[in-house]
Unconditional design. Structure first.
Length: 173
């Protein structure tokens, strides 16, 4: 199994911070723990990258074999389609699986969206292909919170002071 990673022995934190020196010590402990966390994360990232590389190396020949065999089957299927798909069938069952055809999902491809939009706007009969979206402008409400809170169903959350600790990151990887 892998190595167990443990941090340096820590003395228990005082129940209350009473002096600036005690506060500085606690911030220092937080910073040291953050450095350890970032090192652990970097180690994890390396392990994940190595696992992904090993997977891709092992998967590449399998993907190539699947692609080659699929093309072999496609050649057989295309050459014998009329006999394989008699009676309006879309697939044929074999002893090891099924081969067949299925209709793919249609999609619209637009080369130049701005030019198309202009064309649709100019032709009254084609305007039905334009979508107009109406939605609440939350940024505008937040910009005027005193007015916004007078509107039924609107409240402003947050905007309070939030405590933070930002240790000096000494010795980061």
């Amino acid at each position: 199994m892998g190595e167990t990673v443990t941090g340096p022995a820590r003395k228990p934190a005082p129940l209350r911070v009473r002096t600036p020196d005690q506060a500085a010590a606690v911030v220092g402990r937080i910073g040291a723990a953050q450095v350890q966390l970032s090192r652990l994360k970097a180690s994890l990232d390396v392990a994940v990258a190595q696992a992904n590389l090993a997977y891709e190396n092992a998967a590449a020949p399998l993907r190539a074999a699947i692609e080659a065999d699929t093309e072999l089957l496609r050649g057989y299927f295309d050459a014998n389609r009329s006999t394989l798909l008699s009676g309006g069938k879309k697939s044929v069952a074999l002893s090891t699986g099924t081969i067949g055809v299925k209709r793919t999902t249609a999609k619209v491809v637009v080369a130049d969206a701005d030019a198309l939009l202009k064309l649709l706007e100019e032709d009254r009969k084609l305007r039905r292909f334009i979508r107009t979206k109406t939605e609440v402008d939350r940024a505008a409400l937040l910009a005027e919170p005193k007015v916004a809170v007078t509107i039924p169903g609107v409240s402003i959350d947050g905007g309070d002071d939030a405590f933070f600790v930002k240790p000096l990151m000494v010795g980061t990887p």
